[in-house]
Design a protein around this ligand. Sequence first.
Ligand SMILES: *[C@@H]1O[C@H](CO)[C@@H](O)[C@H](O)[C@H]1NC(C)=O
Ligand SMILES: *[C@@H]1O[C@H](CO)[C@@H](O)[C@H](O)[C@H]1NC(C)=O
Ligand SMILES: *[C@@H]1O[C@H](CO)[C@@H](O)[C@H](O)[C@H]1NC(C)=O
Ligand SMILES: *[C@@H]1O[C@H](CO)[C@@H](O)[C@H](O)[C@H]1NC(C)=O
Ligand SMILES: *[C@@H]1O[C@H](CO)[C@@H](O)[C@H](O)[C@H]1NC(C)=O
Ligand SMILES: *[C@@H]1O[C@H](CO)[C@@H](O)[C@H](O)[C@H]1NC(C)=O
Ligand SMILES: [Mg+2]
Length: 644
Amino acid sequence: MLYILILFVLLSPCSCVDPFNISFSSFNSDSCGNGSNLICMGSAAANNESLSITTSHEQNEVGRVLYRYPVLAWPAYICTTFTIRVLTDPGSSGSGDGMSFILAQDTKPSPAKSFGSFLGIFDQSTEGVLHQLAIEFDTYKNEYDPDGNHIAVDTTSIDKPVAVKSLNSTGIDLKSGKEITVRIEYDGWSKNLQIYVAYAGDLLVSFLNHTMKLKGMVPSSVYLGFTGATGPLTESHQVLAWNISSIELPKKSLGKENPKMVVIVIISIAMGLLFLAILALPFVLRAQRRKRERLARKQDIEVHIAAGNGPKRFSYRQLSKATRNFTKENLLGTGGFGSVYKGVISDPSSTIAVKKVSATSTQGEKEYLAEICTIGRLRHKNLVQLQGWCHDRGQLLLVYEYMPNGSLDRFIGKGRTFLDWTTRNQILQGLASALVYLHEECGNPVVHRDVKPNNVMLDSDHNAHLGDFGLARLIQNEGTATTMIAGTPGYLAPEVSFTGRATPESDVYSFGMVVLEVICGKRSKGIMDDNSLVDDVWCLYEKGELLDCVDKRLEGKYDEDQMKRTIVVGLACLNPEYTLRPRMRKVVQIFMNPDEPLMNLPGSRPSAVFLSFNRSSSTVTTSTTTDFGHNNVQAKGGVIANPI
Ligand SMILES: *[C@@H]1O[C@H](CO)[C@@H](O)[C@H](O)[C@H]1NC(C)=O
Ligand SMILES: *[C@@H]1O[C@H](CO)[C@@H](O)[C@H](O)[C@H]1NC(C)=O
Ligand SMILES: *[C@@H]1O[C@H](CO)[C@@H](O)[C@H](O)[C@H]1NC(C)=O
Ligand SMILES: *[C@@H]1O[C@H](CO)[C@@H](O)[C@H](O)[C@H]1NC(C)=O
Ligand SMILES: *[C@@H]1O[C@H](CO)[C@@H](O)[C@H](O)[C@H]1NC(C)=O
Ligand SMILES: *[C@@H]1O[C@H](CO)[C@@H](O)[C@H](O)[C@H]1NC(C)=O
Ligand SMILES: [Mg+2]
């Protein structure tokens, strides 16, 4: 935008103000005559091909030549180029005093006593009175001069020039008698005065830069010209050619002196802004969309949560009191991440399950907090809700809602509590929706890593609540667990043993195992024992006798079609090739809608190419029972999760 603005400003003066431009390529005897545009005063005269400011041979001569018409000095860009020549007296021992280029306030002649070292610029009575600027070419060294061959910029005083520099460095000698070309530029924007100098025909060399404000120093309109003077010693000062140009610059301030300019500047600014706006439009739109999306997501979560219902911080004393100092009587179970105790808190009075997470000493509270916040944000009717936490005495305690019916594994197998098909189906549906939520609906996908009946809690209505989600990550931050993979053999997808990486697909595999266990009423023994449960079901599928695998205790009291569909889903989830497993969303659709087409199953059990499972492999760890339920305290550490 700045670029465009500058372009506009630079272009606009040319289009609205004619530049002043005059050129004297040479002079003749008419140059100072009536009707010419030069005013020659004092000793100044035009003869032959040049303009003589002083004619030589005369002491205390003062001459001044001015261009007859005023020239704009500010705000403007002024450039003048001229060629001068200083001729000394051949017979004389010395010469002086010098000449100047002048921006004069009026067309009056040089002050009467401005001869000698004053160079015709001013005299003692007009020093500081006349508003003018002179660039002097001094040929005589006075006490205040650096030498007798220098250029200086004078404003109000001859002995205190605002800038002075000897010409020695350039190799130019003013008194050499050679023609010398000088260019003087003044840029009204940068307030920079630049002087270039060279012997005529040579390349001009930048000689002096000086920053100064012309405004206030000289009138806006000035008379340009030359002065020269001699003292006791004499010399001739001549001008041979002279070009002047002045371009008006627009005022920087938006004053009312130049309404045309104001309009132009305003238009350029407006156009610049417009241009910028067009450039920025996609970004602004995207940012707005993101904001809307963020807001929508936030609202979604907030609707999900009853406001202010996030995980609370409990004190250790509170939890210790609630669990009666973590007595054995209150122990609900011991799992991979630690022991779970039942507790009762007052205000509001409720029953809680407190998980004492083991090995938590090294991690800082801040890291826990981040993870706990993530877990705490996850809310779904089929998840065990994290209600609070406590990090104290090197211990991490997590507070969950209490599940009166314990974990699902209590209901699987002979001699265990019986669940009818409707309840079992409802549990599988709940578990599937919890996984859809974790995998797809809660923002960043959360992989559970340890889906198994022990982690499926049942509330008083036997609704499924998946527990222990997010803990694998929390504990893995710990460092002690980095070499281990969370997960339980038998439920662990085969590829995880090799890649060590749990994925949503590996959760799907574990889910498939839970489906078969719930339907058949048997615990899987894991892949080590030839994974008999999966093999058996596949066998029956191949024979077309699928329903033979169903738990006999159900006594056939189920919808056969629904049962078949559920078994097929379980087998599909157990595909050893993870890319061929269905997504949890598809599973839920099949469960919810009897018309939803089933996925295709191969005619026979897909061969598991990499099923060579090494029992002593250090990459597999066991995560044992995690019982939130009462009177089912099991502490097991074996490879086989649970006997049938
Ligand atoms: C101004 O001077 C330039 C050369 O310095 C010349 O080309 C141009 O024609 C002049 N313009 C006017 C209006 O005299
Ligand atoms: C110039 O004009 C003045 C009067 O305006 C006259 O006295 C003088 O002689 C003229 N000079 C020349 C050189 O024409
Ligand atoms: C003018 O120039 C010629 C030769 O170029 C010279 O002879 C004459 O003296 C010069 N006149 C003046 C007044 O300098
Ligand atoms: C003045 O300008 C003309 C062309 O505009 C150029 O030929 C001449 O050399 C210039 N004179 C000086 C002293 O720069
Ligand atoms: C420039 O050169 C002259 C002659 O050599 C010398 O007298 C003078 O001091 C020099 N100027 C400076 C500033 O050195
Ligand atoms: C003066 O300034 C110009 C640019 O602004 C630079 O190129 C030049 O070298 C300077 N000259 C001196 C003598 O400092
Ligand atoms: Mg001097």
